[in-house]
Design a protein around this ligand. Structure first.
Ligand code: CA
Ligand code: CA
Ligand code: CA
Length: 205
């Protein structure tokens, strides 16, 4: 009987282990939500395009356009409902909170289409001009792995774009998710190796 009671009782070490595990889970969940969740604020800029392309074809209906502030905070997301077009509110940061919800005036905005890299092609520059305004920015996206300048081939130009951000982690200036090929929140040698492995590949004609 005494043996049975001892097995059923909760030991302090068990409580400590459970508590540490809970903390770890909370941290992981918090890290994930800050990385991938949109936090709309009352301040936004409408970004739009009407002749945007993925692999030289009009953006397909259902494609997801996303926008990031200079440290990789997700600030806008929109689904394409008319081929080649998008209209996306890109949210600004709420200065009254500690967390970073989005862009500040004159921030450079980067984009992805279905998580593929995008080159903005104007006519407006891809900056967040300030709440309540609009920016006409057409997008050119490429689904070819490692093709960061979206010219349908992987060359030294793509590697240079990526290595310019070498050592940058999510939350730091210059973080752009497509450069982080293995998705572990930094741009390091493993990500560069993946792109180097695609050297001289090109889109199929
Ligand atoms: Ca910000
Ligand atoms: Ca390229
Ligand atoms: Ca990485």
């Amino acid at each position: 009987m005494r043996q049975g009671r001892r097995e059923a009782s909760v030991q302090p070490a068990d409580v400590k282990r459970w508590w540490m595990l809970s903390c770890l889970v909370c941290l992981l969940v918090a890290a994930q939500s800050s990385a991938g969740e949109l936090h709309p604020t009352p301040w936004w800029v409408d970004f739009l395009g009407q002749q945007s392309v993925l692999d030289d074809q009009p953006l397909p209906v259902g494609a997801v356009v996303q926008a990031y502030d200079p440290t990789g905070v997700l600030a806008g997301r929109a689904e394409v409902t008319v081929g080649g077009s998008y209209l996306m509110p890109v949210y600004g940061d709420d200065s009254t909170t500690e967390s970073d919800e989005g862009a500040e005036s004159q921030d450079f905005i980067t984009f992805t289409v279905d998580d593929y890299p995008v080159v903005p092609t104007g006519p407006d520059s891809p900056v967040w001009p300030g709440p309540g305004s609009r920016a006409h920015v057409e997008l050119r996206a490429s689904s070819l792995a490692g093709d960061f300048d979206c010219d349908c081939q992987v060359t030294v130009a793509d590697l240079m774009r990526q290595t310019e951000r070498f050592g940058v982690s999510r939350g730091e200036a210059g973080y752009y998710p497509p450069f982080d090929r293995d998705g572990d929140d930094d741009i390091d040698v493993h990500d560069v190796q993946q792109v180097a492995g695609k050297w001289r590949t090109a889109c199929q004609e």
